[in-house]
Design a protein around this ligand. Structure first.
Ligand SMILES: *Cc1c(COP(=O)(O)O)cnc(C)c1O
Length: 418
């Protein structure tokens, strides 16, 4: 095999352009968007493509209510607001997640209490339990990279303490535990439909719940006037607030809803395809020194938002992860990613000292996270190299090139030492 590209050899992959794009845009997607464009581009109530997509999501997940939002961040915000997270409440969130799992809490005057990961990277049940106080009102769980967290144990814990279990299932559309879809275990769930998410609208999100009261509050939070007037019964004490709601507007764009409705029809096919590719990658890469593939717990079916590989430097003479990553990029494996914004939240200034951006935030002493507080999350994050999970048969030759590239760098790793 020729020398490493980093030391003057030729790269394994020379294919230009991007190696992975999402969502898949077919003729049917284009037609759906053009049809919507000529129908209407503004929808104020639960009708047209909004109603179609919400109905389809309710059926797909088997829940009573789905409410579309402009983003996943908005969906998380509405989830907290609609489950009555109040100023001073403590909500336990994963230390290792995308920032928007927790950031809306600042806007509600609530306190994000970070909990460290277990060895899978998902939230540790023991760490959550250790952080419960008499101010705790809810637990928010993320299913990182699409692999469900230990949801049975978290649900039992939440029930034992009388807490609401909420889900940020933004990585895990269609993932299941014992056949049940994530996003249906907790009291209320938020999903993103941002660009790369397993179900994509380009931009968008949604909230799921079986609780009528939460449904009405989600509407009041981000869908004021016509939709609230139509959907909240006249007998409800919330009906008089229908025109103003709570004053925010989080509606999805109908063109985005048209994209998502088209994507939802293919979601299970995409998930099946990703599962095959993920299995293949894990089988091929699992034997190599220097990297560990994720282990899927029994009864769990991930959505494979990404394939998080764990770099094990001790198996490659202590070669630093940065150098290993550089060597992979030099081989043309441009999709190998060291995640930036999905990291221990304690790294962000916002979680160390929110005062400069939230001068009146009253819980500055309780949100003053420091380096080293979440050692498991830090250790996992610093050694994670994420691959996208392709879904088509015709992607397999490229997948094989990625495997070749990883194998090459691993076999030649001594050339990078010293
Ligand atoms: C993407 C994401 C969000 C935010 O969704 P947007 O649609 O980008 O606003 C929230 N939580 C998690 C876990 C995410 O991955």
């Amino acid at each position: 095999m020729n020398a490493l590209a980093l030391t003057g050899g030729s790269p394994v992959i020379s294919q230009l352009g991007s190696h992975f794009s999402w969502p898949p845009i077919t003729h049917a997607t284009t037609k759906a968007v053009l049809d919507q464009l000529t129908t209407t581009v503004s929808i104020y109530d639960r009708s047209g493509v909004i109603a179609e997509l919400e109905d389809a999501l309710q059926e797909y997940f088997g829940v009573r209510h789905a409410v579309l939002t402009s983003s996943g961040t908005a969906a998380v915000h509405s989830t907290y607001a609609a489950t009555c997270v109040e100023p001073g409440d403590e909500v336990i969130v994963p230390a290792y997640t995308f920032l928007a799992t927790a950031t809306p809490l600042f806007h509600l005057g609530a306190v994000p209490i970070l909990a460290d990961s277990d060895e899978t990277g998902n939230m540790s049940v023991a760490e959550v339990e250790a952080r419960i106080t008499n101010k705790t009102t809810a637990i928010m769980v993320t299913h990182l990279w699409g692999t469900p967290a230990d949801i049975d144990a978290l649900l039992a814990l939440a029930n034992r303490h009388g807490l609401a279990l909420l889900e940020d299932a933004s990585h895990a559309h269609g993932a299941t535990v014992h056949g049940q879809k994530v996003g249906t275990f907790g009291h209320t769930a938020a999903f993103s439909m941002n660009g790369p998410k397993p179900l994509s609208a380009g931009e968008g999100g949604f909230v799921l719940t079986d609780d009528d009261d939460v449904y009405h509050r989600v509407l009041l939070h981000g869908h004021y006037n016509k939709r609230c007037r139509n959907e909240i019964p006249a007998t409800s004490p919330m009906h008089p607030y229908a025109v103003t709601g709570m004053g925010l507007k989080f509606r999805i764009h109908p063109l985005a809803a048209a994209i998502a409705l088209d994507q939802l029809g293919s979601l299970d096919d995409y998930l099946n395809g990703r599962e095959n590719v993920a299995r293949y990658l894990c089988n091929q890469l699992g034997e190599l020194p220097g990297i560990a593939v994720p282990r899927t717990p029994d009864g769990v079916r991930p959505a494979w938002y990404g394939l998080p590989l764990t770099y094990v430097p001790e198996e490659l003479g202590g070669l630093p992860v940065k150098r290993f990553h550089e060597a992979l990029l030099a081989e043309g494996l441009k999709e190998v990613d060291q995640p930036g914004s999905i990291c221990p939240l304690s790294r962000f200034p916002l979680f160390r000292d929110p005062a400069p951006v939230f001068p009146h935030y009253p819980h500055r002493k309780r949100v003053a996270y420091r380096e080293g507080q979440f050692p498991v999350a830090e250790q996992i994050w610093q050694h994670t190299l994420k691959l996208p999970v392709w879904h088509r048969e015709e992607d397999l030759p490229l997948v094989d090139r990625y495997i070749d590239g990883l194998r090459k760098v691993i076999e030649h790793h001594t050339e990078l030492l010293g």
